[in-house]
Design a protein around this ligand. Structure first.
Ligand code: CTP
Length: 399
């Protein structure tokens, strides 16, 4: 399972502090865990609260913390962060690090980390060109610290020259590159994807229930793939033994009714809805509050129809892209196509459940993706994660 990348942003004091907010919001959109350390002079320009709101994490400042508290905090953050970005980096913080000075939270943490540290300097042009600053930059570069060159232009003080903080996009691209995050692969950024997975259960009495052989693997693979592509993912899951995908909101349900209720809470503002759950079509007509005792006669259990959730969603849908699954044991294509029409779907993913190597419980699947317009994509046997990727490629018109 992919772990979220963590970037520690060190903010030192300068007029460009507010631009660090834009850097943070771009990193957050790429699902990066952002931690912020502000020097006390940085807090004179922008309040820690602004950084806290955007990063959605507590901001560390030197203002109120006891030196003792640093000892622990700086070591844990120094270890946790995959990358340090100092933006804007003043002559002061560059000078401190270059000379081994660790006298506040930011300089101490930088000193303690083994992760890559990138400085994005911003300062008056005369300061930037000062041979001492240039010497410090050279020295740090020699030790493996990186710099994002400032731009030239009119500076806040009115002077013309080099010293303006580099463009926010340049800084963000540099961070993403360092973390091996390819923004082009995040093609579901800003989209909300709702997925159902696993079986549902229909209780008969307090100890017995009817269910099916679904393990949830297909739906969980779809959720992981959607997350990787940058979507906000809601996974409504029937009982499974699977580990919850990280960064995905998982809502556990048991019955058809619970699944329908939870799905409806998220359906209307979702962009893509994929129903891979094997929902029970029938439930016991009369649920027994007491455990049913055995007798000598046959026991007739009367089942009654339960909700067809997908059909309901098809009738309700506005702009959502609705994708269903079809578990078939014969006439796979034809039955799936009929379901697609009957349930007003945009796509249906059909699989032949009679195959022992694919389908229920297997890590692989062999499916046909059929679109509303009648286009059919026949996929060979492949991992469920690859099937998930193919589903999104199809929806996004990337095939
Ligand atoms: N589905 C649903 N609610 C149900 C039954 C199915 O939402 N009560 C959804 C499934 O999640 C799947 C699709 O409908 O995306 C097709 O499920 P499937 O079991 O193949 O078909 P059914 O509609 O139940 O038809 P049948 O069992 O007759 O093949």
């Amino acid at each position: 399972m992919e772990k979220k990348k963590c970037v520690c942003i060190g903010v030192s004091g300068g007029i460009a502090v507010y631009k660090a907010l834009d850097v943070i919001s771009a990193l957050r959109k790429n699902d990066i865990d952002v931690r912020v350390i502000m020097t006390s002079s940085a807090t004179e320009f922008v309040t820690p609260l602004s950084f806290q709101s955007l990063s959605q994490n507590m901001v560390i400042t030197d203002m109120f913390s006891e030196p003792k508290a640093w000892e622990i905090q700086h070591i844990s953050l120094a270890k946790k962060a995959d990358l340090f970005l100092v933006v804007p980096a003043t002559a002061n913080i560059i000078g401190k690090v270059a000379n081994g000075i660790a006298d506040d939270m930011l300089s101490t943490t930088i000193m303690a980390t083994k992760s890559k540290v990138i400085f994005a300097p911003a300062m008056n042009t005369n300061m930037y060109e000062n041979p001492i600053v240039q010497d410090n930059i050279r020295k740090l570069s020699k030790y493996g610290y990186d710099f994002i060159e400032p731009a030239s232009g009119r500076l806040a003080c009115g002077d013309l020259g080099k010293g303006k903080l580099a463009d926010v996009n340049t800084i963000v691209e540099r961070v993403l590159k360092e973390l091996n995050i390819n923004e082009k692969e995040k093609d579901l950024l800003g989209k909300k994807v709702l997925i159902s997975a696993g079986p549902t259960i229909a209780p008969i009495d307090p100890v017995r229930f009817i269910t099916n052989r679904s393990t949830g693997k297909m739906g969980y693979a779809i959720a992981e793939e959607a997350k990787k592509r940058g979507a906000e993912v809601i996974l409504v899951s029937g009982p499974t033994k699977l580990q919850k995908p990280s960064g995905v909101k998982v809502i556990d349900v048991k019955t058809n009714e619970e699944m329908k209720a939870e799905i409806l809470k998220h359906f209307y503002d979702s962009d893509i809805v994929i129903k891979s759950a094997a929902v029970a079509d029938y439930k016991a007509k009369d649920y027994s509050n007491e455990k049913i005792k055995k007798g000598n006669e046959d026991l007739n259990l009367v089942l009654t129809r339960d909700n067809d959730i997908l059909k309901f969603l098809g009738d309700e849908k506005k702009n959502q892209i609705l994708v269903g699954f079809a578990a078939e044991s014969n006439n796979v294509e034809e039955n799936a196509k009929n379901k697609l029409i009957k349930k007003n779907l945009d796509y249906i993913v059909a699989n032949d459940i009679t195959s022992t190597e694919t389908g229920f419980g297997s890590d692989d699947n062999k499916v046909i993706i059929i679109s509303k317009s009648g286009e059919k994509i026949f996929l060979d046997r492949m991992s469920k994660r690859e099937v998930a990727s193919n589903i999104f490629q199809t929806i996004l018109g990337k095939r």
